[in-house]
Design a protein around this ligand. Sequence first.
Ligand code: 26W
Length: 818
Amino acid sequence: LAKAPVTAPPNTVDGFVKQFLDNLNFGQGVALSASGVNDQYLALARTVRDYLMARWLETVRRQLVSQAKGVCYLSAEYLLGRQLGNSLLATGLEDVAAEALAECGIDIADLRAQEVEPGLGNGGLGRLAACFIDSLATMSVPSIGYGIRYEYGIFRQTFEDGQQVEKPDRWLSMGSPWEFPHPEAAQTISFGGRTEQYDDDGVTRTRWIPDWDVLAIPYNYMVPGYLNGRVNTLRLWSAQATKAFDLRIFNAGDYAEAVRAQTFAENISKVLYPEDSTPQGKELRLQQQYFFAAASIADFLDVVLPPDYDLTKLPDRAIFQLNDTHPVIAVPELMRQLVDVRGLEWEQAWEITQGCFAYTCHTLLPEALEVWSVDLLGRLLPRHLEIIYRINEEFLAAVRERYGDDELRVRNMSIIGEHPERSVRMAHLATVASVKVNGVAELHSQLLREKVLHDFHEFYPGKFTNVTNGITPRRFLRLANKSLSELITDALGPGWVTDLDRLRELETYAEDPEFRERFAEVKASNKRRLNRVLLERDGLEVDDTHMLDVMVKRLHEYKRQMLKLLHIVTLYDGIVSGRVPISEVTPRTFIFGAKAAPGYRIAKDIIHLINKVGSVVNADPAVEGRLKVLFPPNYNVTLAERIIPAADLSEQISLAGKEASGTGNMKFALNGALTIGTDDGANVEIRQLVGDDHFFLFGMTEPEVEELAAKGYVPSDFYRADPNLRSAIDLIASGAFSGGDRSVFEPVISNLLYNDRFMVLADYAAYIAAQERVDAAYADADTWTRSAILNVARCGFFSSDRSMRDYIDRIWHTPPSF
Ligand code: 26W
């Protein structure tokens, strides 16, 4: 293989101007004088791309030559955020590009603002995948990300009279300059039909005779490492109708039917399911999962591996990391490829398969554990169901051999569940097939071992491990918080960006009054920037003299946005009832950001209620502007990058034992917000690292939650016993936030009083008390700033570079390669 002949344009302002103008003239076909801002954005994006191209081709070449063991990260979601800023950062071109564009009379900030982020994920799980591929590129680890190129990503959220209304996310409508389609490398993916046995030279084999298929077209995206000359690949699949599919119908003269068929096939990658934490047993969703899992496996076997590769060596060449259960159908698919297509013996194929997969679980909620009905799976993927049955048969035989006829245990461990209908438990299949199974924070992994997958932990000692999540310091510190980054670099030099443990050295600076002053000024300037952004985006105002108290994450009952809201209503109630003198109220601006799954009724009611409380509180003169509730719509990665650096207080208040890890919690702490939080997910580790004095802990522990549940939790008891709580709930129930209409929020109130699955009322008093400690601490600005600096200094552990090192050491064994 020849060395890549491509060279990058000269790394100078003149070189950049020339390349930019070439891209504008020859790429976009417009003159500078006639160009619009979108033309300019596209030309700029292509210019930055040109600088990355030689590195990309070289990375691909080296990976092909070395055939070193690499990671195939399989994820149905990648929540990438904007690409331009990150590409400029990775290439070290930020200043050159800004100067070059200024020479052309263009403000680069206007072009950056033009980019629509690819929102190809729901929340934590998708953003984690994006952080991980960034770290893998930065650490020079051979790897490829596989996923789906949804034509519509997560919906765009708007509010109408305070209620969420979903609009389609047309992220591709202005063209995406970051993708490279390769129709010539399409894979054909089949569905449906039946299986049959046939005689192959005296051996009975099985083949699948599917009845329809689609093309999977790969679109490649660059994943640039930070200033290291490496560019990895993210390969997302897009569905296209096969020729055979519509020609047959076309020839029969039925044009409408042909178009319908085409639409049917192409629907597979049309839209991201916006459900978070409750799998919808939708056929299309299973189609999506198989579509990308099968295309990725085939791509790896046919395109990435050399021809005549000895497949028994596959575990030394590749590890397929399953990002939750969404890609788990890849397990029977690899078996099918090895046994049916490539003629290996079952036993040998199973040994290979078991050496090639690893599974990360991202949840603890039982309703989020994916299952597929045998009926549906058998109809869509008949051969895969047979394979799953055989895997299960052999697995259960081993279980019986170990435990005798403990049929209860056998039933609990089976890959096939019987109730409420026969179905395939994808987490069990993943666990049986994987080298390692990991949770995403210490507490989460412990609960997996002790509860959710306890029998499996006993059966496979050593299979379970923990890798605590992380976040990329490139996007969430260096890019999002330039002023803090400069302050840190002034103190420590630039090395911290790829060696985040070095932030420890800031501990001594926390004792320096001048440094504290500069740090406080950074926070204030970030609030002013947020004010500008929200004013322009949504007409919202952020007062930079207020404490900024932020809760941004998906709307889910277990995360308890309701608890935050009860705090706000309690403060407001204190003011309007005259119980609390207004001068004693700490001025606070509350910011919410949250999308609710479109079908999640109660979550949407909570959004409505937050907005209505905001309208009343913000407009009430009695409040004297001391409390403000802001809920900018359509929280996404781009907005996160603006909000998080401005925050003083980070709300991480899930019921203990429900949030697997959280990653927003890490982003806030790393940007110098103090956390008010429960003992849940990675909060536990954040608190251990930053220290109790710099973290506001409250609420029940996980064992206490279990205890309360066991003795029978009666939420209304808490309502009756606490006059503040009663008064706050009564205020909502009275219609004070719904123009006197008591029916509007009745479902929310009833749910709290008579159900309250996530024990909001039980933790209310502790939360209010903790918020009082927050107020007291905030009153001493300098001490607060010191705590904020110590949060930054002690959170280097949460770099996703560290997470990747842990995966490499404990699971993948894929060292960096150049
Ligand atoms: C199929 C429906 C569905 C969709 C998404 C079920 C479950 C999910 C994910 C598992 C939800 C998710 O994003 N989980 C989050 O993963 C983050 C990264 O590990 C964690 O930080 C969060 O705590 C966890 O909720």
